[in-house]
Every structure is written in C-alpha cells, then in structure tokens.
Design a protein around this ligand. Structure first.
Ligand SMILES: Cc1cc2nc3c(=O)[nH]c(=O)nc-3n(C[C@H](O)[C@H](O)[C@H](O)COP(=O)(O)OP(=O)(O)OC[C@H]3O[C@@H](n4cnc5c(N)ncnc54)[C@H](O)[C@@H]3O)c2cc1C
Length: 227
C-alpha cells in the first residue's frame, strides 16, 4: 500500500480480534498465533528454549519497527520469496492452521522430543534487511552422532523457499563432522535456478548458499549435541 501497488477499498485491522496472538505449548507442540509479532515470537521464553532457531530468525527480520508491527501470519500469507519465516517453518516441518468461513485445515503437531537442533543463518540486504540468502537447518542425530533426518530450507535465492534436498541426502546416515557437513553443504545450490541481480552474480549466490548452509548445519548439529 505504501508503494501504491495495492489500493484496496477497505482495510481491516485484525489486531483486536481475540485469540489470534501469543505463544503457548499444547500437546507437545509450540503454538504461535497468526497475529503474533516477530518481536513477540523472538522474545518468547518458550520459543527461546524449545526452538532457538525461531528466536534467531525473528531477531534478524527487518528493523525494530518491522519486528514490532509485522506478524508471523502476515509474513506467511504475503509469502515474499526472500522472507525468513517460510524457510524456518519448512525446516521445522511446522504446520499452519488455516481457517475461513468454509472451514479449517487442522494442525499437524510438531514433535519436540529427541536429539535435535536447529539454526538460522542469514545474509540480509543492507537496505531492506530481507534475505539475500537465508538458511534454516533442523538436524536429528542418533546416539552415535549420525544424522537420522535433516530438513534444510533456503530463502532469498529462488522464486520461492526451496528445500536443499541434495544436502539433506548427502548428510543422511553420516556422522555429522565438519568435513561431512562441508561436503554436503557444497551441494546447496545444485538444481536451483539462481538469478543474477543487483545483489550479485549467480556464481556468487551459489557460493553464498554453500557457505551459509555449512554454517547453519554446523550450529544445528552443535545444538543437537548439547541436548
Ligand atoms: C522495511 C521492511 C523490511 C522488512 N524486512 C523483512 C525481512 O528482513 N524478513 C522478512 O521475512 N520480512 C521482512 N519484512 C516483511 C515484514 O516482516 C512483514 O511480515 C510483512 O510486511 C507483512 O506484514 P504484516 O505481518 O503486518 O501483514 P499485513 O501487511 O497486514 O498482511 C500481509 C498479507 O497477509 C494477509 N494476512 C495478514 N494477517 C493474516 C492472517 N492472520 N490470516 C490470513 N491472512 C493474513 C493480509 O491480508 C495481506 O494479504 C519487511 C517489511 C518491511 C516494510
């Protein structure tokens, strides 16, 4: 609206609709209301303890004004290809409850038990703070430190959030040591249609994808090992 790209006849403010905001724990899942602001998500003790990747990502969205006004639901509905939440929620295998006058689709509850860790790494655009690249990594380990499952999502690089499936495959079953993580992360941009733009060439972005994926997976693994 600020850029006059949309000029709706009516604007409905949802902020006073009860029950749409807040962070709670229910049935082993962290439940976040659509109208919860980025700041509220990031400062929630529950999020900080259970899902530190989310707190990390929230603190990197825009600036203080954006974090205090923008909401997680608004960000998901808007679905900007460089937005942070979509990558984080894809990596966490989170579910979203969508309701309309025709009914609603139910939540699938995120499992919180086990030896897992997540991390979010982002290179923000210096002006808008949107992601030039953002990598959300969630890693599950067995007792010997081998990867039993990983979910890695990239934002900012393509027309929508993308799973780094080749990296996930390369990590599967491997002991999550630095060499294995580096080798797997090198595949982050394979298969992506990277576009050169004002923020850099396609080669530069491919390198960013590998470097930021390596960082995110390393930190996710060290968080999992701390559990
Ligand atoms: C200067 C600036 C910098 C930014 N930087 C970043 C960044 O670094 N990373 C990032 O991820 N984002 C960034 N953003 C986006 C920001 O985080 C907001 O989430 C985004 O602008 C949406 O705003 P909003 O949450 O107020 O939703 P609105 O603008 O109110 O709504 C956006 C869309 O979602 C719909 N919607 C809103 N709430 C709901 C709901 N509860 N249910 C269904 N539909 C709903 C609306 O109808 C609308 O279509 C930035 C924005 C600005 C202005």
């Amino acid at each position: 609206m600020k850029l006059r790209l949309a000029q709706p006849g009516h604007v409905v403010d949802l902020r006073k609709v009860p029950g749409l905001s807040g962070v709670t724990e229910s049935g082993g899942a962290v439940v976040i209301g659509a109208m919860t602001t980025h700041y509220e998500v990031g400062s929630s003790p529950l999020v900080r303890t259970k899902l530190p990747m989310m707190a990390e990502a929230a603190g990197q969205i825009g600036d203080a004004q954006v974090r205090n006004l923008g909401t997680i639901g608004g960000s998901l509905a808007h679905a900007d290809p460089a937005a942070d939440w979509p990558a984080v929620l894809v990596a966490l295998d989170a579910s979203v409850r969508i309701a309309s006058s025709r009914g609603e689709r139910n939540v699938k509850v995120e499992e919180l038990a086990g030896r897992y860790g997540g991390a979010y790494e982002k290179l923000p655009h210096p002006a808008s703070r949107f992601a030039i690249v953002g990598v959300a990594a969630e890693v599950f380990l067995d007792g010997g430190g081998a990867v039993t499952q990983s979910r890695i999502a990239l934002t900012g690089l393509a027309s929508k959030v993308t799973r780094a499936s080749l990296v996930e495959q390369a990590l599967q079953g491997k002991k999550a040591d630095p060499a294995a993580i580096k080798a797997a992360a090198a595949r982050a941009a394979q298969g992506l249609e990277l576009r050169a733009d004002l923020t850099g060439s396609a080669d530069y972005k491919a390198n960013l994808a590998a470097v930021y994926t390596e960082r995110a997976v390393k930190r996710a693994v060290s968080r999992a090992l701390e559990r």
